[in-house]
Design a protein around this ligand. Sequence first.
Ligand SMILES: *[C@@H]1O[C@H](CO)[C@@H](O)[C@H](O)[C@H]1NC(C)=O
Ligand SMILES: *[C@@H]1O[C@H](CO)[C@@H](O)[C@H](O)[C@H]1NC(C)=O
Length: 253
Amino acid sequence: MLRFMLAALLATSTFAAPSARPQLPQVFEPCPTSSPDFEACAKRNLQKGVAVLSDGLPAVDFPPLDPLFVPELLLDYRGNEADVKMIIRNSETRGLKDVDILSFRANLSDPSNMVIEVDFRIPALVIKGEYKTQGKIISFPIGGKGVYNISMRDLTGTWTVRGDLVTVDGEEYLKVRHVNVLPEVGDMQVYASNLFTGNDELDKAALRFANLYWPTIYKELLPYADEGWDKFLRGQLNKFFLKFPFRAIFPEN
Ligand SMILES: *[C@@H]1O[C@H](CO)[C@@H](O)[C@H](O)[C@H]1NC(C)=O
Ligand SMILES: *[C@@H]1O[C@H](CO)[C@@H](O)[C@H](O)[C@H]1NC(C)=O
């Protein structure tokens, strides 16, 4: 998938020529969508793309993938026993460059519902940042502000990108509407300072609880985190998909 996109980006940064179509350097294999090898080819290119993008491409506004900086994520959880709002700021995620692309599938046949799915595995991720939370669990008010970190091992999942074709100035572009990533995690360790402002004992108990019951908590929180991720990733992907015509990224032949 990324071949032409990346090629176009590299071309823009290397041989900037504002009015001409970006040229395609030979870093990536050509992957025509009509070829029976299209999906396998796209998978290989995506794997190469991760390496190319891991330091980012500032010339085209593409941030480094590793570490990935996320300025802000909002998480608004409402369950039976809890009602918690969380703002997560200045998060840095390390480990994405080690992602293994396991497979790539695309169904581009319906211009109003194009779907790309990528199966992946990541050996380890460490996320660090700041958080602020407020709300209540059962009837306990909670309100904390501090730093957090999460280390995760053996993440596997499917990255699903959905979009549709839009026409701008006579050119067709893929506009991404949703990006979903719901990885399964093999192991997780969580740390957060100052969850219950000024109450160390309660902080420690809460962290012990979280580290013991993380699979349940993770499963419960995931859909809420997914909304924040969707918004962030959609924005990142659209920087490219709305810059380069669909057929430049996915040539037919
Ligand atoms: C691709 O999507 C179309 C409709 O969007 C569907 O009819 C078709 O079966 C799908 N093809 C595959 C291979 O899944
Ligand atoms: C998370 O922060 C705690 C406290 O500062 C530290 O002891 C721990 O090593 C950190 N974990 C990671 C994975 O950075």
